[in-house]
Design a protein around this ligand. Structure first.
Ligand code: MG
Length: 158
């Protein structure tokens, strides 16, 4: 049986922090605010995988009130979520990710992000898609206030 999960995350830009998406540190004037490293790609994919297995969400497993996750490497949270999925009889199959931000341009980083995600999920490079979009200047994304990410994951489960 194939199960499908969707994940969404957003983080506000904040100066003086690194911009980390899918485990890739991206040169930019600002990073993202958050309790962890604020890797919105890792967070959205984590929620998609947990959602596929009806295992709740990232906040339930890695609460931002827990000092253990202060400044956490979110790719490690993603790997932990994969272990949880596996422990419940699931096997991640593929993910499709859309990152929405006006700046910086992410297309050049998409392959690196996809490779990191594929390694974390234990799937081949062809099983991970990362797409970059702008919001055509509209709304909070258009004003450059932050980044939004949508992810869909499929998991094979018995
Ligand atoms: Mg987040």
């Amino acid at each position: 049986m194939i199960r499908v999960g969707i994940g969404y995350d957003s983080h506000r830009f904040a100066e003086g922090r690194p911009l980390i998406l899918g485990g890739v540190t991206i040169p930019h004037a600002a990073g993202l605010a958050g309790h962890s490293d604020a890797d919105a790609v890792a967070h959205a994919v984590t929620d998609a995988l947990l959602g596929a297995m009806a295992l709740g969400d990232i906040g339930r497993h890695f609460p931002d009130t827990d000092p253990r996750w202060q400044g956490a490497d979110s790719m490690e949270l993603l790997r932990e979520a994969c272990r949880l999925v596996t422990a419940h009889g699931g096997r991640p199959q593929q993910v499709d990710v859309t990152v929405i931000t006006e700046q910086p341009k992410l297309a050049v980083h998409a392959a690196g992000i996809a490779a990191n995600l594929a390694a974390a999920l234990g799937v081949g490079a062809g099983a991970v898609s990362v797409k970059a979009k702008t919001n055509e200047g509209m709304g909070w994304i258009g004003r450059g206030e932050g980044v939004a990410v949508i992810a869909v994951a499929t998991v094979e489960a018995s």
